[in-house]
Write a protein of this length. Structure first.
Length: 189
């Protein structure tokens, strides 16, 4: 489905992003997307879903004011498939672009991008600094705290859950499971 491989995608990402936080976030969302591809019955598209997750914030570090706009041209110039360009841009729907998430993959990206940051922030507050022992109730408690992880939009997370037709608790729980699965690989990279 994609003419772009993981190594090419990583090289492109690191051309536009050097901040370790942004690169780590890209790998987190890549892993979450691959997890959901398998969980939702799109296993044959797992690598494509992963590339979408990896590249979703391609333009954010260099062009924060044009996020989800500039990356479309960068990807087009790179020869990325239209499906990938649409998917990465759609996570800015209603924020920076009017490209609506249509495919279930795009809705998962929209719903989990901000949420992964919030879950990661909750995990860092724990003695273990890990999602392995993180439970839904801990995330919900911090989720309700307006002063916690203010950069993670609760509105976007809730709109994402609604797009998927999932309860918020279900989205949070499933995203925690995804992050538990990928955490060991991330700590080694």
């Amino acid at each position: 489905m994609s003419e772009l491989n993981r190594e090419q995608a990583w090289n492109l990402l690191t051309e536009y992003n050097q901040d370790q936080f942004h690169l780590y976030h890209a790998k987190v969302v890549e892993g979450i997307m691959k997890y959901f591809a398998r969980e939702l019955g799109y296993g044959a598209e797992e690598e494509f879903w992963g590339l979408v997750g990896l590249l979703h914030d391609l333009d954010f570090e260099k062009y924060p004011e044009e996020h989800c706009i500039r990356e479309q041209q960068i990807l087009k110039d790179f020869g990325a498939p239209e499906a990938l360009i649409h998917a990465v841009a759609s996570h800015g729907y209603g924020i920076t672009v009017d490209i609506k998430p249509e495919h279930e993959m795009e809705k998962v990206l929209f719903a989990t991008d901000e949420l992964s940051g919030l879950i990661g922030a909750v995990a860092l507050m724990r003695p273990s600094k890990s999602v392995q022992d993180l439970e839904l109730k801990s995330v919900k408690k911090k989720y309700k705290s307006k002063g916690f992880a203010t950069g993670c939009s609760r509105e976007v997370i809730e709109r994402g859950a609604e797009m998927l037709g999932w309860e918020l608790d279900d989205l949070i729980s499933r995203t925690i499971l995804a992050m538990r699965e990928i955490e060991p690989q991330l700590s080694n990279s």
